[in-house]
Ligand binder design. Structure first.
Ligand SMILES: [Ca+2]
Length: 376
């Protein structure tokens, strides 16, 4: 050790021969007493004695040195302990960060999965259309009933008689005996029914959800030879009251007659809004109108609730229907609060369905058609 070497150097006048004793300036200055009364009698170079006061000084120095070292060691220990704690905490923080990232990722996955489940619930019916050689949903049901114990509802491909094309339709096989071809469905208000004439002719929306099948397709289905179709309208209010209107005969004229509607006898609990209360409101035999094709019987205008109306479609949010001086029915109306739209009649309209004289607020509706057994 360094200090040991220094001590040896310090002691050299005493440890070694007395010949050069007087040359040591340290001994001269610091240890003059020893000069006067030398304690150590040096016999030879191999033996020596250390004076007491020097021993005390040496021990004190050594003590100071050890204390210093101890202090240094304690400081170093403190530093390393703090570093260790810092490292441990940083390590824990890193672990927490990783955990937090994993939790975030998991939550995102759960969210994705739940929205996936929600989506598949709304589209629970087969997205892939079922290949079938039926002419409509009633025909498919009749063909499958003997081979399939339970025919599922879903999207089927139909090929009506006397047409050169096949198309997809949604068949309700569970509702009231099944065999229903859905021609219109409103459930969540997500599909915009503000559509032009061509869209109403060809159809729009998602067959598994909200849609309008299309006047041309419905015309092909109901105009097959030796068939008669009934129309069933199922209504649900915002407070989940259900009701229905049914017509025992339903058909459409072709496009040159703007798909005029023809209805049979009414039955149901929602009232015959198609016919209304008087001839002026009667939509039976009315041609179809849209925002860009006006057949609404207001020519040039009608007076409805003290308002001059030139176009029923424009008055009812540019939707399409068999308007007749507007009338009491429009199941293609937009399910919005009429008050938000300056009193315009924009909601799904079936005005004969009332409670205590007030029309129900309609949340959802389905229009479906089914063959009626004929004698011929
Ligand atoms: Ca008009």
């Amino acid at each position: 050790m360094m200090w040991t070497a220094a001590v040896l150097l310090l002691l050299s006048p005493y440890l070694f021969s007395s010949a050069d004793k007087g040359s040591s300036s340290i001994a001269d200055e610091d240890f003059s007493v020893k000069e006067q009364k030398p304690v150590v009698e040096v016999k030879n170079r191999d033996s020596c004695f250390i004076p007491c006061d020097l021993t005390v000084k040496l021990l004190r120095d050594e003590k100071h040195s050890i204390c210093g070292q101890l202090q240094q060691s304690l400081l170093a220990f403190g530093r390393s302990t703090r570093k260790l704690m810092r490292d441990v905490m940083e390590e824990q923080q890193r672990a927490l960060d990783i955990l937090s990232t994993q939790v975030t990722e998991l939550m995102a996955k759960v969210q994705t999965l739940s929205s996936e489940v929600q989506r598949s619930n709304t589209e629970m019916y087969s997205i892939k259309p079922v290949q079938s050689h039926g002419r409509d949903c009633s025909d498919i049901k009749d063909n499958l009933i003997s081979v399939v114990p339970k025919i599922p509802s879903g999207i089927y491909i139909v090929h009506p008689e006397h047409t050169d094309s096949s198309f997809e339709v949604f068949c309700e096989m569970d509702y009231m005996g099944g065999g229903w071809t859905v021609m219109q469905r409103r459930t969540d208000g997500l599909m915009d029914f503000k559509q032009a004439w061509t869209s109403y002719v060809d159809g729009f929306g998602n067959l598994a959800g909200e849609h309008w099948l299309g006047l041309k397709k419905v015309f092909h289905i109901v105009n097959q030879k030796d068939t008669r179709f009934q129309l069933h309208i199922a209504l649900v209010s915002y407070d989940d009251v259900t009701s229905y209107a049914s017509y025992d005969d339903f058909r459409l004229d072709n496009e040159t007659h703007f798909f005029s509607i023809h209805l049979g006898r009414y039955a149901g609990s929602a009232g015959d809004a198609f016919r209304g209360y008087d001839q002026e409101q009667n939509q039976d035999t009315a041609p179809f109108s849209a925002s860009d094709v006006d057949n609404d019987g207001c020519n040039p205008s009608c007076s409805i609730s003290n308002t001059t109306v030139e176009s029923c479609s424009l008055q009812q949010n540019q939707t399409g229907w068999w308007f007749n001086q507007c009338g009491l029915a429009n199941l293609n109306g937009t399910p919005e609060d009429a008050e938000q739209n300056h009193g315009q009649r924009m909601s799904i309209l079936w005005d004969t369905w009332r409670q205590s004289g007030i029309p129900y607020n309609i949340k959802s509706v389905t229009m479906k058609i089914r063959r009626i057994a004929t004698n011929n």
